[in-house]
Each structure stands twice: as C-alpha cells, then as structure tokens.
Design a protein around this ligand. Sequence first.
Ligand code: ZN
Length: 457
Amino acid sequence: MAEPRSTTTGGGVRGLVLFPALVFLWAASFAAPLSPAQGTGSSELHVDSQRLQGTLERLSEFGRNPEGGVTRIGFSETDMAAREYVTGLMKQAGLEVRVDPAGNIFGLRAGSEKLPTLLFGSHIDSVLQGGNFDGDVGSMGAIEVIRALNDENVKTRHPLEVVIWTNEEGNHFGLGTLGSGVAAGLLGPEILDRKDEQGLTLADWLRRYGQDPSNLTDARIPPGTLAGFLELHIEQGPNLDEAKIPIGVVQGIVGLKRWKCVATGSANHAGTTPMNHRKDALAAASKDVLAVRDVVRGEAGRQVGTVGYMRAEPGAINVIPGRAEFPVELRDLDAEKIDRMWERIQDRFKETDREENVETRCTALDDVSPARADPAFQAAIGDAAESLGLATMDLPSAAVQDAQQIAKIAPIGMIFVPSRDGISHSPEEFSSWQDIAKGAEVLYGAVLLLDDRLNRN
Ligand SMILES: [Zn+2]
C-alpha cells in the first residue's frame, strides 16, 4: 500500500536515536544537514522513542515494587495517582479529556470531517506484582502517536480518541475488563454493590474517582459512534520472541468454554475389594485428563485445553475414590473447533466410563465467544508494518483483552510486540525499547491508513 503519512518532516532525526550505533551520526547531523538517505527505510520513525520511553519510565514509578515491577491494581491509591499523571499527559498533548462514569479516561483530537471516532489505547492497571509493560505500552504508545501527529501538524478526517480503560486486570472486584465491559454494554448497575477486601463497594470507588455511579450506563458507547478500536499490547506469549519477529498482527482474541465434570463410581474398602470389582472414580478421571490432552493435541493449530485441578472423595489412603471432580477448559479462535474438540472429548469420556464402570457427567460453566479482528484493521496494521520494512506474524491473543469487549460494538484490531521469553504478569515482564517504538510506529501508521480508508463513499 502507498505511503501512509500525510506529512513527513524530521522523522529521520528521531529515527536515528533508536539505533545506538547511529547516535554518532545523529550528533553529527547537528553540524551538517541530513541527507535524504539518512531518513529512509525502517529507521525513519514518526514517534519519538526516547519520549515514549520517558513516559513509560515515569508511569512505572506509580506502584513500583522494591523487588521490581509494579502493583497498581485498578481502584487503588496508586492507580488514582497514575491516572492523574496520564490525564496530565493527555491534556499536554492538546487532547480534550473527559472521564466517563465507569472511570474510563478519554482524550479527543478533532477530525476534519463529521465521521465516527477512531479509538485507540489500553489500560494502566496491573495485577499484583505485575510488570511495567502489560497495558502501559499501549497506553503510552497511544499518547505518543498523538504527540507525533501534533509535531507534524497532521490533520485526520476522523476524530481520534485515546482511551485508558478502567480495571482491565480485574484484581479488584473480580471483574476484569470492567471499563470496556461497561462501555460495550455488557456490564451494568448490577456490579455497583460488589465489595472489595476492605468492604468498599465499586460505587464507593467510582465516587472516589469523581464519578456518579448512578450514571453508570451513560458510559455505554452508542452503536455507530466508533469507526473502530485499535490496541497496541505486549504479546504475553513466546511466539514473536522465539521467531524474532517485531510485530504481531492479531487475528482475534480466543474464546473459551469451561465445564465442571464429575466421575461417579463407588467408594469401597481398598483392601478387600478385588481389582475387577472396583468402580474407581479417580482412576477414570485420570484417564479423562489424558484424553483431553490427546484430543487437543490431535489437531493442527494453536488451540489449548487444560484440566486445572482434580478433587477425589472421600480422599483417604485406604478407600477407593467414589467421586472425582475436575474442570475442562478449551480455548481457540474458532468457536466451531472448540465444539468439535468437546464432542470428541465426550466420546472419550464415555469410553472411559465403560472401561472403568463409572458414570461421568459434565455441566457447562463459562462460554466466552472468540472476538475476531476486523479484516480492514488487520490489513492496515500489516501494511503499516510493511511500509516500515518490519516483519509480521499473524497470531491470536490467548489472553483476555479490552478489545474483546469492544468487538461487540465496533470493529477492532490489535498490534502485538514481543514479550521476552513470553513472560507477563510478573516483574520479569520485558519488551525492548526498540520493539516498543516499532509497535507505536505501526500504531501511528495504522491509524493514518484507517483514517484514509474507512468511511469512503
Ligand atoms: Zn493488558
């Protein structure tokens, strides 16, 4: 696709800062004007990687743990202080800032035409003992994109809006993707009476954040008002890091289904019951665990399946277990594949029942449908990366994301940058400044490509 930028000035100088080996050249450029050759190729960035690093480092101070990383759970004093910092940055960048009744922070940059808003951003809350990149990269990256557009006086057709979603991790109130869930109309006033560990309700916390909880449903984003939502995020898995590929084009966020299964046999004396007379529920459930793994491994693809625990009753050393309880969880981007795997797993459970003389019943627990990224958004991300000479990998998000909720009301796209060793939700979480800058630059390019391509008559 063609050059995504409306204007190109000065990007070469900032681009060079990214590569330490070229800092000498960069310094020399003060003495001599830049030759055109120095500003071409992948070193030409519009975002300022040092400025972006600076905001990420400052943000990391809110809730910093002595052992490294951060604890900045949603609805906490540290979260509140960090929100103030981020709100200040947004105002400095000339954005018109508002906070909705769910606590989501929005910053608007006007467009030149009367069109739906192109939204992008992430979250700044963390898990307990979390890292400095999950959510932060996409939040600071979004603000950096606005600053880069301002530096270059770029006008867009669509209004652009940065968003910082509230309580994505859900460590507080057990409600993950809270802000985006309310915005998408999936959560409502029923959540307001939930209490935290200190007995404070969600309504209390929203009031502390300056909001009137009785207006919660006003945070719903009316259908048709968004051109779409883009999120830059760390992968939180090993795929990009292992393949040494800087940009992931997210195909969608995987769905999941969960069941609770109970194998019922009969409890009996471990000494006097002959082996061929037993109805051993634990032995049967053990076969079932391996059957889940066999079925999930039996197809090509990135699907995963897990049995997370097992409880045997009565649980005595000298009694044959009469009851064994275990869950089954399946995740994939393709809902039909999840259903197909579950059919096969149930067939295997029936086989086990016959062999072991037990009865296994499963009841459905959770059903979260996959959220597909919009093809136009995936194309814009891929094209933006290509124009920078950056290799890409198409992959699903195996972790829950705010974009999953927003997909219910608008087209979405996500850009992943590598997570070292695939580690996240840990102080060990790490993405390089270079990779972060590349991700922010792809966000910049994708925003402009979508602004150009969407809503043409
Ligand atoms: Zn996140």
